[in-house]
Design a protein around this ligand. Structure first.
Ligand code: DAH
Length: 338
């Protein structure tokens, strides 16, 4: 009997030593439970002689103590192993370099616009906006482009119906600001314009312009020249020269196009300026009295000048980009360079 108990003890302790947490529970029930091995051993007491009983009882008690202790020890051991594994898995290496956050880049159009706004705001101009869906009246009529005027066809218009259109030029904002009736005016109006053009390296059905308008007493073409020369020098460098060529726009008289000396070759002529030394940059002129009349300003008292410049054109020149389509494709490899 004693030998059997001894064998049983070894077997139990061995099982406990190799058990998982789950198996420990089963073993506890198996040995110490209400219908467990130890309970059934105790029921065997009555088959023993009175002399054998105390020894047997002590041995079984000792066995119970041993099993209980082993269960407790193994449980603690497994819990400790689990804790260590968790700690190891959760280790943070504080010496690892941090993950780099990707920071976006401003679009070349935004950079160019920021630059233009900075220059004009520095000269006391207000930055205003007007609607992209526009009335025929503001895009054309009030700018001295009446019905059937050929200029209406020059700028291939996206018509919404016979009154509304997608503005073809930011010049439409001029009419809104003049009608506001607050004088004098010194404003630039950047924004998107639309023309039904085919896409190529220099055209897009949607692009951006920056309109400029100054209205005050005694404004002359000399003010226009001085202002735009300052603008060109701030934008392209202090050595930049400007040249005005006569042109025609319905809303200005006289009208001109302004060229800047090529900032790449300094005017000697290169591939960039197609050998001429000059680069065309904007349209401008003295506000036509008829425009003032249609926008409620007295042309006897007030004069003014206006200009319109393509934002993409400035971005392409300034950042030496040779295809306008790059500005709209949003290819990250391109945008990352700015
Ligand atoms: N609106 C003209 C265009 O889109 C550009 C322009 C020319 C604007 C002369 C002006 C100006 O204000 O005076 O071609």
């Amino acid at each position: 009997m004693n030998e059997e108990l001894q064998r049983m003890r070894e077997e139990a302790l061995k099982k406990i030593d190799n058990a998982t947490l789950e198996q420990l529970n089963e073993l506890r029930v198996q040995y110490l439970g209400k219908k467990g091995v130890l309970k059934s051993l105790m029921t065997q007491m009555k088959t023993l002689t009175p002399e054998e009983r105390p020894v047997f009882g002590q041995t079984v008690n000792a066995l119970r103590d041993a099993i209980q202790e082993a269960l407790g020890g193994r449980t603690a051991q497994l819990n400790e192993l689990a804790r260590r594994a968790r700690m190891a898995a959760e280790t943070i290496d504080v010496t690892l370099p941090a993950k780099k956050q990707k920071i976006g880049h401003a679009h070349p159009n935004s950079l160019a616009l920021d630059e233009v706004e900075r220059i004009f705001v520095g000269m006391g101009y207000e930055v205003v906006e007007g609607p992209e869906i526009e009335l025929d009246e503001y895009n054309f009529t009030k700018l001295n482009i009446p019905a059937n005027h050929p200029a209406k066809d020059e700028q291939d218009t996206f018509w919404i119906n016979d009154k509304f259109l997608l503005r073809t030029q930011t010049s439409s904002v001029q009419a809104h600001i003049m009608e506001r009736g607050r004088l004098p005016i010194r404003m630039i109006a950047p924004g998107r314009v639309y023309r039904s053009d085919e896409v190529d390296a220099t055209h897009s059905p949607s692009f951006h312009q920056i309109e400029g308008l100054v209205v005050d007493k005694n404004i002359t073409f000399a003010d226009l020249k001085g202002t735009l020369a300052t603008f060109a020098q701030q934008l392209f460098g202090p050595d930049t020269k400007v040249k005005f060529r006569p042109h025609h726009f319905p809303f200005t008289e006289p009208s001109a196009e302004m060229d800047v000396s090529c900032f790449k070759c300094g005017g000697k002529g290169c591939r960039f300026c197609k050998g001429s030394g000059w680069i065309e940059i904007l349209g401008c002129g003295v506000v036509h009295p008829r425009v003032f009349e249609m926008c409620g300003i007295d042309p006897e008292q007030y004069t003014g000048f206006a200009f319109g410049v393509g934002l993409e054109r400035i971005a392409l020149l300034k950042y030496e980009i040779d295809d306008m389509r790059l500005l709209y494709e949003n290819d990250e490899r391109f945008l990352r360079q700015f």
